[in-house]
Write a protein that binds this ligand. Structure first.
Ligand code: CP3
Length: 347
């Protein structure tokens, strides 16, 4: 295979075996990550030190020969760069100073973004130089809805009551925050593409919290705007959307946003994805992260079921959500073997 097979799949070309990478492929389940992580003062420091961020981005590529590296950063660097107070507490996840009123939105400053995120763009540049020509570099951002949710809730959400309550009661005010995030997200993705990202992914981890009406308003509409504006600058850089938990609305998401590829979670039936989504765009997914952690015959069976269900069409093998911290790296290596061997790995 010549060139970057992930880019080929996302732009509608056929490839001989499905390319693969894993969401959260760089992380605490890798001992080499934990060693680098120990050198940084905190998680954000790791994200903002190019020499360390480049190293942890490359670790899974070396260990598993994935077809892509994903930039090591976080979706919450954007609220940080807009001036919100963001901290990552050891073992308890993100903590943000919550935004609850229009006045809080007005205090955010888009003009800070490019400067505060300069180290991230330097990481992208260095990664681009370090990667072999056939390995794609994936840039990313959180989608406006998921980032707004963290900004309003101030932490990983339970049911999103604060953000959703605000959005139902004062849609124009919550809409200002989302509009600001559309702007910030486009700028962030454009700069990653300028520095060499071959594809970008929009993580909408909490899309599945929403009702149909909210999904159309806060997921499809702003994502369509991000995709349209990004593509006007970089028509050749494919966009993967990952609206986790979208269920049957995955179809309207694909047709309504114009993404080149869609990440599906582990609950999406493969025959539905093959018949309904794959004719419209490339599909990426959807191995369950718990079966990856569990390993054994169940893992083999699931990997084969997914490959047999989707790999004859436009397909990027991945997970339905990120690798869990207590996953044995050898399970990941085994999955990489099975994907590389397909179709000969059929049971
Ligand atoms: O390898 C990669 O996937 C690239 C790096 C990456 C991270 N986070 C590193 C990270 C990416 C693409 C993300 C995206 C991200 N961050 C999402 C969307 C995808 C998803 O998993 O749902 C979300 C919701 C976040 C926000 C976030 N960052 C949370 C909730 C947490 C705490 C939970 C946890 O696992 O600790 C983080 C921290 C974080 N981001 C870690 C890593 C490797 C762990 C930090 C550590 O080393 O202590």
């Amino acid at each position: 295979m010549s060139g970057k097979s992930i880019v080929s799949v996302l732009t509608g070309k056929l490839v001989s075996r499905p390319p693969f990478w894993f969401m959260r492929q760089a992380g605490r389940y890798l001992p080499e990550y934990r060693r680098v992580r120990a050198k940084a003062k905190g998680f954000l420091d790791l994200c903002f030190r190019p020499e360390l961020a480049v190293e942890v981005s490359l670790q899974p590529v070396r260990r598993f020969a994935t077809d892509a590296a994903i930039l090591f950063s976080d979706i919450l660097v954007v609220p940080y760069a807009l001036g919100q107070r963001v901290r990552f507490l050891e073992n308890s996840g993100p903590a943000l100073e919550p935004i609850r009123r229009l006045r809080d939105v007005a205090a955010l400053d888009l003009s800070l973004l490019a400067g505060r995120l300069a180290p991230v763009y330097e990481t992208v540049r260095q990664l681009k130089r370090a990667l072999p020509a056939n390995v794609a570099l994936i840039g990313f951002a959180g989608a406006p809805w998921t980032v707004a949710l963290y900004m309003v809730e101030g932490k990983s959400p339970a049911n999103g009551a604060a953000a959703r309550g605000w959005a139902w009661k004062k849609p124009a005010d919550f809409g200002r925050l989302v509009e600001l995030l559309v702007e910030a997200t486009v700028g962030h993705l454009v700069r990653q593409a300028e520095c060499g990202a071959d594809a970008v992914q929009l993580f909408d981890t909490w899309a599945g919290l929403l009702s149909e009406t909210e999904f159309r308003t806060w997921v499809i509409r702003p994502t369509a705007e991000v995709v349209r504006r990004f593509k006007s600058r970089f028509p050749g850089v494919p966009v993967i959307g990952f609206p986790k938990g979208a269920g049957p609305l995955y179809l309207d998401y694909v047709t309504g946003t114009g993404v080149d590829g869609v990440g599906i979670d582990s609950l999406v039936p493969l025959d539905w994805a093959a018949n309904v989504l794959q004719p419209k765009c490339a599909v990426q997914g959807n191995l369950d992260n718990q079966v990856l952690r569990a390993g054994g015959p169940a893992l083999d069976a699931e990997v084969r079921r997914i490959l047999d269900g989707l790999a004859r069409g436009r397909f990027v093998f991945n997970l339905g959500h990120g690798i869990l911290p207590d996953t044995p790296p050898k399970h990941v290596a085994h999955v990489a073997e099975l994907v590389r061997a397909w179709p000969d790995s059929r049971g």
